[in-house]
Design a protein around this ligand. Structure first.
Ligand SMILES: Nc1ncnc2c1ncn2[C@@H]1O[C@H](COP(=O)(O)OP(=O)(O)O)[C@@H](O)[C@H]1O
Ligand SMILES: [Mg+2]
Length: 289
């Protein structure tokens, strides 16, 4: 891990920037930052999510694991309506995303596109492919959305972007174009770019899977710092050591349902289902964790 990260100030910006206390660790009965209830999603006859309910407390880090095709990506994409779903509801910090329930009829009503766009801004999402704008520097990539979408004054957005670059260990790369950055550096810019919108929730979908092995650690270190600072996070990953170290809770998905969830130690060392035991055995054998 890059030692500069651990000394950095908080990455979480829901409070004032400097010297802000981290959000309290999750505790029993804490209000959920993310609540997904009964999400059902099919692509034609392919039933991808079969009623998934997942609640994530403020400041909690939930790592989602499971075999390829189990619906992990689709679940994340449903949260901010990149993917439409047929049943269920999502709230972030108590506010409905995408659909609200009509109190009179109990019907699920789709919100206006404008409201959906506004609610998306509260959720940061980072994918395996970082998709930085190639014609913009690292700094410009981070500044673009706050200025254009939120109307943040350029000077303020610029200052915040530099702070975020420093926090992901890339202060010296502000003026570089993506093509001159390594995959790990680009992915850290992508994380900074998502943070620049001041999200309440960050979701990561296999963000290290496309990286050369020696670049994985620097990205995980940035995510670990974010977790320490109290960001609410949902992380899909195959990095089991990271999952064990950073997760407050691990959720195992297969076939569009949550098969088992629990604390990392329980999941790794005393899984309740044979399926999870089998799935994790591969990793335990390989890494001796
Ligand atoms: N855009 C799509 N159109 C049709 N089927 C899709 C689409 N996206 C995902 N699927 C299907 O949904 C299932 C779950 O995929 P995904 O959510 O990507 O799983 P995971 O991320 O766990 O590997 C797979 O059967 C996949 O083929
Ligand atoms: Mg996926």
């Amino acid at each position: 891990m890059d030692g500069t990260l651990s000394d950095a100030p908080s990455l979480v910006t829901s409070a004032p920037l400097t010297g802000a206390p981290a959000i309290d660790a999750p505790s029993a009965g804490a209000r959920p930052m993310l609540a997904m209830t009964g999400i059902v999603k099919s692509f034609g006859t392919n039933h991808v999510l079969r009623g998934v309910s997942l609640s994530v407390a403020a400041g909690e880090v939930v790592v989602v694991i499971g075999p390829s095709g189990s619906g992990k990506t689709t679940l994340l994409r449903c949260v901010n309506l990149l993917e439409d779903y047929q049943e269920g509801t999502v709230t972030v910090d108590g506010a409905p995303i995408g659909y609200r329930i009509d109190p009179r009829s109990g019907q699920r009503l789709r919100m206006s596109e404008r409201d959906i766009a506004a609610s998306r801004e509260t959720i940061g999402i980072v994918f395996q492919s970082y998709n930085l704008f190639p014609h913009m520097t690292a700094l410009q990539n981070i500044v673009a959305a706050p200025v254009r979408v939120k109307g943040v004054p350029l000077a303020k957005a610029d200052a915040r972007a530099r702070e975020l670059l420093s926090l992901v260990g890339l202060s010296d790369k502000a003026q570089e174009y993506p093509v001159r950055l390594s995959g790990g550096q680009q992915q850290r810019v992508a994380i900074a770019r998502a943070l620049a919108m001041d999200p309440k929730l960050m979701m990561f979908d296999e963000v290290t899977s496309a990286l050369d092995p020696e670049l994985v650690g620097e990205v995980l270190a940035a995510m670990q710092q974010l977790a320490r600072d109290g960001m609410t996070m949902v992380v899909v990953t195959h990095e089991m050591s990271f999952a064990r170290d950073v997760a407050d809770r691990i959720v195992f998905m297969e076939g569009g349902v949550i098969v088992e969830e629990g604390k990392p130690d329980q999941m790794f060392f005393a899984p309740r289902t044979e399926r999870v035991r089998q799935f994790l055995k591969r990793y335990n054998d390989r890494y001796r964790i």
